[in-house]
Ligand binder design. Structure first.
Ligand SMILES: Nc1ncnc2c1ncn2[C@@H]1O[C@H](COP(=O)(O)OP(=O)(O)OP(=O)(O)O)[C@@H](O)[C@H]1O
Length: 873
């Protein structure tokens, strides 16, 4: 029976099944004639994702689903499939169907996956599209990133925390992992990544080294400075192997692999990157720092700025150089404007040249490449003529690529189309043969008119006509009245009622030429364009170099532009340890304030001798977090080379920035929030250095009050006593922590001031010395309009509790206090409402009460009171 079924399968489906079996986890686009078809489950998926019609067809007695689209729509449909997370195998016809009588040979010519995409429709211009591979070694984890669309190839290795941070920084679209560590990966780094699992044997050092050496045509990897990174190299090898497996063989634009030099950049762990909302945020529609500061013009500038933000520098010299250029550009506005004007004319050079390498560049894109390179020339001149060392170096290193530009100019038609098949790709005058063919094909009418004129003269027949039809081809038509004048050499082809049609020797030759001309033109144009693209690959490196330099310049212009518009100042980078920010602002919040509202600036000074830890207290919403974050952002912006939102800033180099937000501000799912908070904090305490900047926001909030206070106290004490003496800002609503400054000399109290009005609180947002005396829960209750009696009572209970400092007695105190005060109540002692109210008050833990809870409680008490009053009335 099975054999019978097998016999019924058509040869086409047999071929399909064989190819599909090789790519079981990919969606197979199978070229049949002018269509790409999908079958079975693939068809169901494709129809759903692409919104195309799903049909059925009989396949050897069984019905199979079928969905397809015309082959010329591949660029429209393929990106949609890849964006939906599909791996797509493109199976093409490998021979001309006209030349074979058997079934056409087919094979997969490309496997497009989310991490290996070259088409503009899949890529986002301001982000890299990284493919990543990870190798779990015995000591380290190795990681590599490759952006096939730009040719960037990076590797690193280190602890799981470091790798986690890199994964967050680079945000790969696809991660390649050894099959056997599938579970380990998910455990270490979560399940959000788009993973592909590869055979274990590929992750071997010999194999990787050989693969890399054969790609770069080197004998060893020493020249790249990655040889000692055993695990990193293994992961890099896996990436290259994956590219070969997905049929990506033209990879000349991947010219080097470099090590991510961890020690050169400020260390920020993943919590910090997330908390500071540098370039992504968990909140919907949140504005990130990148959104605010990115004034780059070119796509490669945008990508580099993101990288700079993720990896701020630690080398004072390098940072100062960037500041110098920014200052120069601000002072020389005309240079800034001109450079930016020219950058506007530059397309994505990096991706264009990658397309040249992979042979996927279109004629129009080659012209774009040329125009972009043309725009580099005036930039080169401007930069070289500048009175600024760093700009001069950029200018000197920009390549004019003269030969490349002139060759493109003379070979390509100015308005060359996207598709080579459309014709009119090659410029006039570039190829004699092509010009002749074009003459023949396109000036055919003139030629025929000439011939007609000549023959009319020679024969004296006035009504001669030249025409053509599908059956007889070209002919000269003679009306019957002139039949006798027809010359001898003319051969009769067709007889009509009133006329005869003839063919001449000349017409025969012309016909032969013209019939093949159009086809030949297309063929020749393709051939010439192919040759040009191949020749252009010699220029991959200089064009890549230009792309990087333009990106660099674009970022510096972006800093200058932003500083000018937003009144940023040039920070002073010092090798000391002090941090002194005068009139600092939060770059993102200041842009989001309602019209008419000004951001209140704040000064923050920290050092290792006198003011190492600042304890910031203040009511909810007063601006504590804003001060913490703006301090980190100012340091970070300064060290990436930007000016900063402040009046003045002296920044002793920072090498690590840690931020932690207490659990109630950062509700994470699953694991106990307090546990997460403690894990994260432990991680800081184990990694601090002399140059660390630590920002703790409401740490300890995730547990009961006294637990929280104890932990917050112990952490602050540890940071104070630690020999590294890291600079720390600690925002807390536990005003008990203000007492620490009596014992620990380098802890200083500050509060974000508020002004109490009659029935409101005005946030002044100013950081002023001194602790807070208020209990802010009661503040909020007051703001909400709580009856005076309740507020008064709450204040008294609170004062007693504060005096005791002991959890054990608190119940007793509350009880006693309640008994003492009862006489003062306007309630009767035997009033059952009193009991109820007492119960309510006793159960309120004011210190941990959030504003919303306070309001709810208040509403409840108000309800109880008003119902009592109603009953009385
Ligand atoms: N210096 C400032 N100038 C103007 N507005 C500010 C300033 N600081 C903060 N704000 C505004 O106040 C809001 C609350 O600030 P922030 O989140 O820093 O308060 P918080 O004290 O940390 O509050 P919570 O304890 O509830 O987290 C901000 O979103 C911003 O709109």
């Amino acid at each position: 029976m099975a054999a019978k079924k097998a016999q019924q399968v058509t040869p086409l489906m047999k071929q399909y099944n064989a190819i599909k079996a090789k790519y079981p986890d990919a969606l197979l686009l199978f070229r049949v004639g002018d269509f790409y078809e999908t079958f079975g489950e693939d068809a169901v998926k494709a129809a759903r994702i692409l919104n195309i019609v799903l049909t059925n067809r009989n396949n050897g007695g069984e019905r199979t689903e079928l969905a397809g689209f015309p082959h010329h729509s591949l660029n429209t449909y393929l990106p949609k499939l890849v964006k939906a997370g599909q791996r797509v195998a493109i199976c093409d016809q490998l021979e001309d169907p006209k030349l074979t009588k058997k079934i056409v040979k087919r094979g997969v010519t490309e496997l497009v996956t989310p991490g290996v995409a070259l088409s503009d429709e899949v890529l986002s211009s301001k982000s890299n599209n990284f493919l990543c591979a990870i190798h779990f070694g015995k000591k380290n984890i190795g990681i590599s990133f490759l952006d096939v669309s730009t040719g960037e190839f990076l590797t690193a290795q280190g602890t799981s925390e470091y790798i986690d941070k890199l994964l967050q920084n680079f945000g790969p679209s696809e991660v390649l992992i050894q099959k056997k560590v599938r579970k380990d990966f998910a455990k270490e780094f979560g399940e959000d990544y788009h993973c592909f699992y590869m055979e274990d044997w590929l992750f071997k050092q010999d194999f990787a080294t050989e693969t890399l050496n054969s790609h770069f045509q080197t004998k060893s990897l020493k020249g790249f400075g990655v040889e000692h990174l055993e695990e990193g190299v293994i992961s890099a090898g896996a990436i290259l192997h994956y590219l070969a497996e997905t049929q990506h063989h033209k990879l000349q634009h991947i010219t080097a692999i470099s090590r991510i030099a961890e020690e050169e950049y400020v260390w920020m762990d993943r919590f910090t990157i997330r908390n500071l909302e540098l370039y992504h945020s968990n909140a919907m529609n949140a504005v990130t720092l990148l959104d605010v500061i990115d004034k780059t013009i070119s796509p490669m500038g945008g990508r580099l700025l993101k990288r700079w933000l993720a990896l701020p520098l630690k080398n004072a010299e390098k940072i100062r150089k960037r500041h110098e250029v920014v200052e120069f550009l601000i002072k020389n506005t005309s240079v800034l404007a001109e450079v930016q004007q020219h950058i506007k004319e530059i397309s994505d050079l990096e991706r264009l040249i990658s397309k040249v390498a992979t042979g996927k560049v279109s004629p129009r894109e080659v012209n774009q490449l040329k125009h972009s390179l043309d725009a580099v020339i005036p930039i080169k001149k401007l930069a070289t003529d500048c009175d600024n060392e760093a700009l001069k170096i950029i200018g000197d290193n920009l390549q004019s690529c003269d030969l490349l530009r002139s060759k493109i100019k003379e070979s390509l038609a100015e308005n060359a189309p996207v598709n080579v098949q459309k014709g009119n790709v090659i410029a006039e005058g570039f190829s004699k043969e092509l010009d002749e063919l074009r003459n023949l094909a396109f000036s055919g009418k003139d030629y025929l008119n000439n011939m007609l004129e000549r023959e009319t003269k020679a024969t004296g027949i006035t009504s001669l006509k030249i025409g053509s039809n599908n059956v007889f081809g070209y002919y000269i038509e003679v009306r019957n009245s002139h039949k006798d004048k027809v010359p001898e050499g003319w051969v009769r082809k067709q007889t009509l009622v009133n006329a005869e049609r003839y063919i001449t020797e000349e017409l025969k030759e012309y016909e032969a030429k013209i019939l093949g001309a159009e086809e030949k033109i297309l063929q020749l144009e393709q051939e010439l364009f192919g040759k040009l693209v191949l020749w252009m690959s010699e220029y991959i490196q200089p064009v890549q170099q230009n792309a990087q330099l333009v990106a660099h310049l674009d970022c510096l212009c972006s800093f200058a532009q932003q500083a000018k518009v937003e009144q940023y100042c040039r920070p002073v980078i010092e090798d000391e340890y002090e941090l002194d920010i005068q009139e600092g602002r939060h770059p993102v919040i200041e842009k989001q304030l309602p019209v008419g509202e000004n951001y209140v600036t704040n000064n923050v000074q920290l050092d290792r001798e006198n003011q190492q830890i600042i304890m910031i207290t203040g009511p909810n919403m007063s601006g504590k977090s804003a001060i913490l974050r703006q301090t980190a952002l100012i340091v970070l912006m300064a060290q990436m080379g930007s000016f900063v939102p402040a009046k003045a800033a002296n920044i002793g180099l920072v090498d690590k920035i840690f931020t932690r937000v207490g659990a109630s501000d950062n509700i994470s799912m699953g694991e106990s929030t307090f546990m997460v908070e403690m894990n994260e904090t432990a991680n800081i305490l184990n990694n601090i250095s002399k140059r660390s900047l630590v920002l703790l926001d409401e740490i300890g909030r995730g547990t009961s009050t006294y637990d929280g206070i104890s932990i917050a106290w112990a952490i602050s004490e540890y940071l104070h006593e630690h020999p590294a003496r890291p600079k720390t800002l600690f925002a807390t609503h536990y005003h008990e922590l203000n007492e620490m400054c009596d014992t620990f000399t380098r802890i200083k109290n500050f509060n974000v001031s508020v002004k109490e009005l009659k029935d409101n609180v005005l946030f002044l947002r100013k950081l002023v010395p001194g602790g807070s005396e208020h209990s802010f829960g009661i503040h909020v209750a007051k703001m909400a309009g709580m009856p005076q009696q309740v507020l008064h009572r709450a204040n008294k209970i609170l004062k007693k509790l504060e005096k005791s400092h002991s959890m054990e007695d608190s119940g007793e105190i509350l009880k006693k206090s309640a008994e003492d005060e009862m006489q003062l109540s306007f309630f009767n002692l035997d009033d059952p409402l009193l009991e109820e109210l007492k119960e309510e008050l006793l159960h309120i833990d004011i210190d941990t009460l959030t504003p919303v809870e306070a309001l709810m409680k208040l509403a409840e008490i108000k309800r109880m009171l008003s119902s009592k009053q109603k009953t009385k009335a």
